[in-house]
Design a protein around this ligand. Sequence first.
Ligand code: N1C
Length: 308
Amino acid sequence: MPFRQGSARTRQRTVLLVGIVVLLAALVLAVVLASILTHGKPEGSPEMLKWKDRGTTKNLQEVILGRCYNYVMARHSELGDKDCLKIWESLKEAFIYKNPCNITSEDYQPLMELASHPIPCNKSLFWSKTNDLAHRYTKSNQNFFTLEDTLLGYMADRVSWCGDPSAPGINYESCPKRSECESNPVSVFWKLASKMFAEAACGVVQVMLNGSIEAGAFKSSSIFGSIEIFNLNPDKVSAVHVWLMHDIGGPQSESCSGYSIKRLRSILEERNFQITCEDNYRPVQLLQCVHNPEHTDCRLCTNSTAAP
Ligand code: N1C
């Protein structure tokens, strides 16, 4: 009997030992399998194309939707019937999952139709190389609209976006620069939006140019010089008023009699527009003076001689 008891115990021990070994082996196998599965694939999300410009703005959907609702609900309640969700969807569809060098105007057609709205005559303000000043001016004088003061431009201002053929279809890491490819989502957008903004203008239009730029205030390759002036409609627009602004204390590289303004004048006259040009348009210069109140250009009477 004692012999039998002993052998049963040995068998129990053997079964327990085998069980533990099998369990350990299964555990090791699971760990090995898990590491093969995670390391076998490329790390993180699949490889996206790499570009030189900043990637899509984080939380793009929330930014666009928030701006859209703010514009149509709070700032311009007369546009209350605009469907911001549809507008976001149509912007997304224009570029998501697409190669960001193959974007066309057609991609943005639905967005343009959904978001465009009329702009009152005599109130369009174009600009080139005066982005900051032009927008400071329209903020202080609600009488004028730049493209960024329309719904389309307001939503897209200083935002970046581009797609990628691999999931999730949006590249948050990098987007192509204009020098890498012209047909990138942001460039195509601004070109098309600028074209439509110019086509819609009527009456007298204004343009704010930068007379402190060494290469000349009017540049034929800029969006203003290559798209907007050629899409103004001579049947609707009577005159173009140029405000040529110089940086306070900066170089006076060009005045209204300068070389590049002459070129602009001849292009516009050939297209049957009247053109006027004013150096340092005072209402805008006063805004520049907020930051330079002591400068001689900012004195109330610039021509006065000092009192004896
Ligand atoms: O090339 P630009 O100026 O002459 O373009 C400015 C001109 C304005 O009148 C606008 O109506 O074209 C329109 N426009 C924008 O509104 C705009 N917002 C932001 C054109 N471009 C715009 N951006 C970005 O600035 C865009 O990325 C584009 O390439 C630059 C152009 O700025 P610019 O050379 O000073």
